[in-house]
Design a binder for this molecule. Structure first.
Ligand code: HEM
Ligand SMILES: *[C@@H]1O[C@H](CO)[C@@H](O)[C@H](O)[C@H]1NC(C)=O
Ligand SMILES: *[C@@H]1O[C@H](CO)[C@@H](O)[C@H](O)[C@H]1NC(C)=O
Ligand SMILES: *[C@@H]1O[C@H](CO)[C@@H](O)[C@H](O)[C@H]1NC(C)=O
Ligand SMILES: *[C@@H]1O[C@H](CO)[C@@H](O)[C@H](O)[C@H]1NC(C)=O
Ligand SMILES: *[C@@H]1O[C@H](CO)[C@@H](O)[C@H](O)[C@H]1NC(C)=O
Ligand SMILES: *[C@@H]1O[C@H](CO)[C@@H](O)[C@H](O)[C@H]1NC(C)=O
Length: 326
């Protein structure tokens, strides 16, 4: 983990991002300063030890936060198990056998309940843990304003409709980002989250063997990568859950995801589609050439994503257990 690259641009951009985030509602950087002074230490330790155990968990936390915020806002709904009142989001199509990281949030929550009981929301924990996971993977750091409260319900149906699918066209994915108050540049920057982590073969296998219904691979996909991926994902059902990295440095938060898109080596069809549109392709090429530009834009788009439809004040609650409503 080389942090020199990150720290160089942390300071100037904290100032910029503070201004950006300031506009958003009643969240406050000092929200828990008195009620839970050790909060950042406890979270950082929890994330650090989880990554020390398994590098990929950083990526999993980032995705968990994204899937929380895109479904009825950042209110911890994805963390809820099914209950008698609702079917939760964990079994929605984009999440089932795929989102991970719940145990990390549970462990941090347990430590926080000892240090400051019934004080810190699960969705603030996830937001901070994601920030730390990205930073510990070599990515940018950004300040997180706090005071989000936990929702009282979850929606499997909303998870199915609001989360983007790797099989839908770019226009549809763009519409989903716009509907959350994010713009095209946010969408490209945030797609750079795929610079860490893995995807299961089922999410891109049709590109390898039968892209056109006539047994041919996706003609755009780089030939060498096609060969590698066919090795990881043989053309049979039992390879569906095998894992392929999104880019060649899947443990490091860098701009190689965008470099890969620029040379036709995107993993998902939806990744490569960012190069198939002039507007998004221009942003991809910018990020492929200027890593710090990507780091800066990713940080500011993460602040925006982390503020989608948050609950504050008397709305929602502070869950005691992130998996169940109090
Ligand atoms: C633009 C539309 C997006 C689509 C269609 C998409 C789709 C996917 C798919 C299919 C996977 C693999 C899941 C699996 O095989 O289990 C995945 C993984 C991942 N996604 Fe996305 N994603 C999108 C945007 C994002 C955004 C905005 C972020 C975060 C800012 C993100 C972060 C991740 C990460 C980090 C992983 C790897 C998770 C792991 O290794 O556990 N994705 N995504
Ligand atoms: C460590 O990572 C493995 C997966 O590689 C996971 O099954 C296990 O629960 C993790 N243990 C801890 C203590 O986080
Ligand atoms: C914060 O942690 C320190 C040790 O790191 C401990 O001495 C102190 O009591 C903790 N404060 C609270 C409020 O939990
Ligand atoms: C894309 O969106 C259009 C309009 O909402 C919809 O009719 C179409 O089914 C969507 N396509 C996919 C593949 O989801
Ligand atoms: C495409 O770019 C990625 C990232 O820089 C690199 O690892 C890969 O070798 C390149 N592939 C080709 C065919 O140039
Ligand atoms: C995209 O760029 C290509 C080549 O630069 C050009 O031929 C095409 O007209 C552009 N398409 C749009 C929609 O701007
Ligand atoms: C590329 O980045 C520069 C800033 O370095 C910016 O002025 C320009 O608008 C960006 N272009 C695109 C297409 O994002």
């Amino acid at each position: 983990m080389n942090r020199n690259a990150s720290t160089r641009f942390v300071i100037p951009f904290i100032c910029l991002l503070s201004l950006l985030a300031f506009g958003s509602s009643q969240l406050d950087y000092k929200f828990y300063d008195n009620s839970c002074p050790n909060l950042s230490k406890i979270i950082r330790y929890g994330v650090w030890s989880a990554i020390a155990n398994e590098t990929r968990i950083a990526a999993s936390l980032l995705r968990l936060h994204f899937h929380d915020c895109f479904v009825n806002g950042c209110e911890g709904s994805i963390l809820l198990d099914d209950s008698s009142n609702f079917k939760g989001e964990k079994n929605a199509f984009p999440n089932r056998n795929s989102v991970r990281g719940f145990e990390v949030i549970d462990a941090i929550k347990q430590n926080l309940e000892k240090a400051c009981p019934s004080t810190v929301s699960c969705t603030d924990i996830l937001t901070l843990a994601t920030r730390d996971a990205v930073f510990l993977s070599g990515g940018p750091f950004w300040p997180v304003s706090l005071g989000r409260r936990d929702g009282l319900t979850a929606s499997e149906a909303s998870a199915n409709t609001d989360l983007p699918s790797p099989f839908e066209p770019l226009e549809n994915i763009t519409a989903k980002f716009i509907s959350k108050g994010l713009d095209v540049k946010d969408m490209v920057a945030l797609s750079g989250g795929h610079t860490i982590g893995f995807a299961q073969c089922s999410t891109f296998k049709q590109r390898l063997f039968d892209f056109d219904g006539a047994g041919n691979p996706d003609p755009i996909l780089d030939a060498a990568l096609l060969g590698n991926l066919r090795g990881i994902c043989p053309n049979q059902d039992n390879s569906d859950t095998n894992l392929a990295p999104f880019d060649s440095t899947s443990a490091k938060f860098d701009n190689s995801y965008f470099k890969s898109l620029a040379n036709n080596s995107g993993l998902l069809q939806s990744d490569q589609a960012l190069m198939g549109d002039n507007k998004t392709a221009a942003v991809v090429l910018n990020y492929s050439k200027f890593p710090f530009l990507f780091m800066r834009d990713f940080a500011s788009s993460m602040v925006k994503m982390g503020n989608i439809a948050v609950l504050t004040g008397q709305d929602g609650e502070i869950r005691k257990n992130c998996r169940v409503v109090n």
